[in-house]
Ligand binder design. Sequence first.
Ligand code: SF4
Length: 249
Amino acid sequence: MSLWGARPRRLTDRSTSTEISEVFSSLQGEGPYLGVKQIFVRHGRCNMHCGYCDELEKMREERFDIVTLEELCSRIDALEMERGPHHSVSLTGGEPLAYAPFLRNLLPRLKEKGYRTYLETNGTLPRELESVLRWCDIIAMDLKPPTSTGDRAFWQEHRAFLKTGLARELFVKVVVTPETGVEEIARCVDLVADVNPHVPFILQPLTAAGSGPDKAAMALIESELFDIAKSRLSDVRAIAQMHKIWGVR
Ligand code: SF4
């Protein structure tokens, strides 16, 4: 049974309703804000199809609800009352920027209520980012090398996104799998260094629930990728997807 009760099946007004798969309180499991407590708002769909994605099955089966702006704000406020205080509200997915018309209404409401906003994004929709940028406090931007994702390359989109996003606090994450090409990580590093070499750059070994970081991916980071990144960037870190190790959402 859905948390939201009986729902319409189709999204008719994309500015005042959205597709939500989950809203919950938990600990941030990735990147430099590792371990802070957040309210996670997980949007349904994504514009990409990464081979390692945990959410693809939900997307395929359309396991999400149509939720109005008022319903979502009430749910966020209730979680803040019950489980707070939280560090921030994380807009995640799927791809939250695939719902930019809705975010243009949600984000100012969250700011008015005093929440800090944290956008977790695949970094491929620069125009959509521009339209919501003023209400984003922290941007967690993924870079998506095609050898890691199995999807097409998004180099131009990533460059434009990074240039736009740097008006706010931003860091970059790259998921490393055993298939990740060294030359593609070098391309990610060059892309970031050419825009701003001080952007925090996180190498994130593919991590499976229960079994921890992929050993081959971690060895690749330790033996080559970290040094390649450090040769051009000032703030490089390797951080696994810790929520999968902790066993939390
Ligand atoms: S960008 Fe994120 S949500 Fe979208 S398919 Fe890739 S891993 Fe899944």
